[in-house]
Write a protein that binds this ligand. Structure first.
Ligand code: 8YV
Length: 306
C-alpha cells in the first residue's frame, strides 16, 4: 500500500497483508527481492506511475487506485504489462457535486467576504455589506457530463438554472443544451463548471480562448484537475478583470499553488477536498480494498478501467 492512509484504512490494509509505505519513492526503495513479490498495490498518491515504475514490480497484477481520477497512472503501460487498474467511481459523486455547488454559491454571494464582514464587527457598526449576484435562474455550463458532471447539473437544475453542457457527444438529458465545443459552451453561459477527467486529452481544455468566451461576467468553477485549465491565462484574466471570479478545488501545482491566487479577492480556494468527507473517504477505501480482495481471490474486479 502506497500513500498516507487514515487509521481505519491502514488497519484494514494490514489485515489483508499489505506492506505500507508513505510514498512511491519509498516503495521503489524496497529491496528488489521484496518488490518482486508484490502482486497488488493499493495506490493513494499523485506521483506518476509509468512503465519504468511498473517494471520495478515484475509480479504485479493489480494497481488499485484510491480516487476516481487515475491520470497519474499510465494505463496503456499497465495494460501492456497485464496489470489491471481499478479506481473508486460513483461513491464520491455526491460530495464532489455538493462542493462544486457550494463553491459557486460562495463565490457569487461572496460568502467568504460576508463572513469576514460580520466577524470584523463592520456589520455591528452599521456598515451594509455590498449587494452581490443571484445564482438561481442563471445560465450555467458544465464542461464534461460524466458521472460527477451529471450530479452537478441535477443540483443546479434544482436551482432553476438553465443548464448547458459540453461533452464529446450529445447525451440523453433533461432539457439541457449540448454545445459542440468548450468555446461554444463558454460563449453561451456566464458560469462554467469544469467536470472533465484529467490527463493528456483534457490538458488546458479551458484555454485562453475559452476564458475569453466566458467573458468579464464569467465565473469558473473547477473540481476536476488543475491540468484542465490554462492557469497562467486564468490568473491573467482574473487580474486583468476579464473574468469576474473563480472557485477552485484543484490546481496545477498542488499543494504549493501559485501565490497569485491568494491575492485575488473574487476567488474561492479549496484544498482539493471534493471527496473529503468521513463517509465518502471510508467508501473509497472499502472499494479500493474490495478490488484487491477480488483480485487475490481470482474474482472479477469491481471497477476496472483497462
Ligand atoms: C483524490 C480525487 O483521489 O477521486 C479523485 O480523483 O481527486 C480525490 O478523491 C483523493 O484526494 C486521494 O487522496
Amino acid at each position: 500500500a502506497i500513500g498516507s492512509y487514515n487509521d481505519n484504512d491502514a488497519d484494514a490494509l494490514d489485515e489483508i497483508g499489505a506492506v505500507r509505505v508513505p510514498s512511491l519513492a519509498d516503495a521503489l526503495a524496497l529491496p528488489e527481492a521484496e518488490r518482486a513479490t508484490v502482486k497488488a498495490i493499493a495506490y493513494k498518491s499523485g506521483a506518476s506511475i509509468d512503465g519504468e515504475v511498473l517494471d520495478a514490480f515484475p509480479a504485479l497484477g493489480l494497481l488499485s487506485n484510491f480516487g476516481v481520477g487515475y491520470d497519474a497512472i499510465d494505463v496503456a503501460a499497465a495494460t501492456a504489462r497485464d496489470v489491471a487498474v481499478t479506481n473508486t467511481p460513483d461513491v464520491l459523486n455526491d460530495d464532489v457535486a455538493d462542493l462544486a455547488v457550494g463553491m459557486l454559491l460562495m463565490q457569487m454571494r461572496r460568502m467568504r467576504q460576508a463572513d469576514a464582514h460580520v466577524r470584523s464587527g463592520m456589520w455591528a457598526e452599521g456598515q451594509p455589506f455590498p449587494l452581490n449576484r443571484k445564482m438561481s435562474g442563471a445560465r450555467v455550463g458544465i464542461l464534461g457530463l460524466g458521472r460527477i458532471g451529471f450530479e452537478i447539473a441535477n443540483r443546479l437544475a434544482a436551482f432553476k438554472m438553465d443548464v448547458h453542457y459540453w461533452s464529446r457527444s450529445s447525451k440523453e438529458t433533461p432539457a439541457w443544451t449540448w454545445h459542440d465545443s468548450p468555446s461554444a459552451l463558454a460563449e453561451a453561459v456566464d458560469l462554467l463548471v469544469v467536470a472533465v477527467v484529467g490527463g493528456p486529452e483534457t490538458e488546458n481544455i479551458v484555454s485562453k480562448e475559452v476564458l475569453d468566451a466566458l467573458g468579464a461576467d464569467g465565473v469558473l468553477v473547477n473540481i476536476s484537475r488543475g491540468s484542465t485549465v490554462d492557469e497562467a491565462a486564468l490568473l491573467d484574466a482574473l487580474e486583468g478583470g476579464r473574468l469576474a471570479g473563480a472557485a477552485l478545488d484543484v490546481f496545477e501545482n498542488e499543494p504549493k499553488i501559485d501565490p497569485r491566487f491568494a491575492a485575488l479577492e473574487e476567488v474561492v480556494l479549496q484544498p482539493h477536498q471534493g471527496s473529503a468527507t468521513h463517509t465518502t473517504r471510508a467508501a473509497m477505501g472499502c472499494l479500493q480494498r474490495a478490488n484487491i480482495e477480488a483480485f487475490l481471490k481470482g474474482d472479477t474486479l469491481l471497477t476496472r478501467v483497462n
